[in-house]
Design a protein around this ligand. Structure first.
Ligand code: UGA
Length: 435
């Protein structure tokens, strides 16, 4: 097998396919990334991935390259795992990496093989690739195209890949289905549900899943807005809702809202594609989902201002968390760094600490100040903002900060701290959506 693109999705997929016993060749155009992976080093933070990478490199089953001819010669199944970021200044997905990869690969495909798309793409992309295969690949009709969306979460990538809650495979022939059933035989033997669809449905499943998750988070955050003006408690509200198994408690945690490289850009790309297809009304609710999500960040800044007697200028604010979520060093569309930047623009003296995302944060947000620990970040702080719920922060004893901060003010942006504990330690504790 080959895996084209070794980002979060591709690197994990390559390692996990090797772990299942396949011979795997991963490709990336970034030679430095290929060198690091070949040396057994995962270029991003993902618990549990590095030991498996090393194990499978040592076994000889897993290699990495920058060479398309090598990939074309090696692979019976090629997994397309390149990124599809948001276009600058637009909602639509930027498909340049997908098409560049296809440009390189197709002319080299001279024997029967399968191309399995895993990248998150606007519906219709797979059909375009199918046309291109027939027109541009020497093996043309002997190449199967299947669409096999990926649902892994960062932080749980290995577990989600080896033990997925479902497999979705969009096919155009029974041959394509047979090949993918063989690829995933170990998972199917473990009774993983398999849904076989056409290409369009498989592409849509992925964006529909992320749209639903984003909607669920924004729903509870909309309730948080109502709780704030009625002095109700969104955490209790969410707990009460969660006992209704039709609703369920997962992705119902109110707080600073969603960020990352997937949910925000996927709902926007979905809206853009719906517009092109003339069904924009069907997804107009996602505009509101996005707006609710961004309003949480503005609310956090307002709350900070309120706690600092209406002026954040020259006041010290410690920010706990930079990653878009815990157990990740990914800072793409990070709510925490957005809030940090907004406060800094208002004149606050902001200091950020994160257990894993400091290097990425420093590169992308060089204007912010960083500290090597939570205690260091909190030095002389007038206000502490808890914005990414790392275990380290959830378990922190408030007493360790007592003698460090200038004023004991904390806002729990993730509703993950124990309010009583902080109040007992003499802190003024506030949270989003709670009295
Ligand atoms: C998301 C999906 O959960 C995966 O199923 C999907 O495969 C992936 O996108 C993708 O498209 O590749 P991920 O971006 O890793 O995974 O992150 P999530 O765990 O979904 O969290 C997204 C954001 O929502 C985070 O900022 C998190 O803090 C926030 N969140 C999550 C909440 O604010 N409340 C919740 O209840 C849950």
């Amino acid at each position: 097998m080959t895996v084209l693109g070794t980002g979060y999705l591709g690197a994990t997929h390559a390692v996990c396919m090797a772990e299942l016993g396949y011979d795997v060749l991963g490709l990336d155009v970034d030679a430095e990334k290929v060198a690091r992976l070949s040396a057994g080093e995962v270029p991003f933070y993902e618990p549990g991935l590095e030991p498996l990478l090393r194990k499978n490199i040592e076994s000889g089953r897993l290699r990495f390259t920058t060479s398309y001819p090598e990939v074309a010669g090696f692979g019976d199944v090629h997994f397309l795992c390149v990124g599809t970021p948001q276009k600058a200044g637009e909602y639509a997905a930027d498909l340049r990496y997908v098409h560049r990869c296809i440009d390189e690969l197709l002319p080299l495909l001279t024997r029967p093989c399968t191309l399995a798309g895993k990248s998150t793409v606007p519906v219709g992309t797979a059909e375009r690739i199918a046309d291109r295969i027939v027109n541009e690949a020497p093996a043309g009709n002997e190449i199967e195209l299947v669409w096999n969306p990926e649902f892994l979460r960062e932080g749980f990538a290995v577990e989600d890949t080896l033990h997925p809650d479902r497999l979705v495979i969009g096919v155009t022939s029974t041959r394509g289905e047979e090949i993918m059933r063989a690829v995933y035989a170990p998972m199917l033997a473990a009774d993983t549900p398999l849904v076989v669809t056409d290409l369009a449905t498989a592409q849509l499943v992925k964006v529909a899943a992320n749209a639903f998750l984003a909607t669920k988070i924004s729903f509870i955050n909309a309730m948080a807005e109502v709780c704030e003006v009625t002095h109700a408690d969104v955490k209790k509200l969410s707990e009460a809702l969660s006992h209704d198994t039709r609703i369920g408690g997962r992705f119902l945690h109110a707080g600073l809202g969603f960020g990352g490289g997937c949910l925000p850009k996927d709902i926007r790309a979905f809206m853009a594609r719906a517009g092109e297809l003339g069904v924009d009304q069907a997804l107009s609710f996602l505009t509101e989902v996005d707006a609710i999500n961004l309003r949480r960040r503005a609310r956090m800044v307002d709350l900070a201002r309120e706690l600092l007697d209406d002026s954040v200028r020259h006041r010290r604010v410690a920010i706990l968390g930079a990653a878009f979520k815990p157990d990740s060093d990914d800072i793409r569309d990070s709510p925490a760094l957005d809030v940090a930047s907004r406060l800094q623009r208002l004149g606050a003296l902001v200091t950020v600490y994160d257990p894993a995302a400091m290097d990425n944060a420093r590169t992308m947000y060089p204007h912010l100040t960083y500290a090597p620990s939570a205690v260091a970040a909190a030095g002389d702080a007038d206000l502490v903002l808890h914005l990414t719920e790392w275990q380290e922060f959830r378990e922190m004893d408030p007493a360790v900060l007592n003698g460090v901060v200038a004023h004991r003010n904390i806002v729990d942006g993730r509703n993950a701290l124990d309010p009583q504990r902080w109040r007992d330690a003499g802190w003024h504790y506030r949270a989003l959506g709670r009295p």
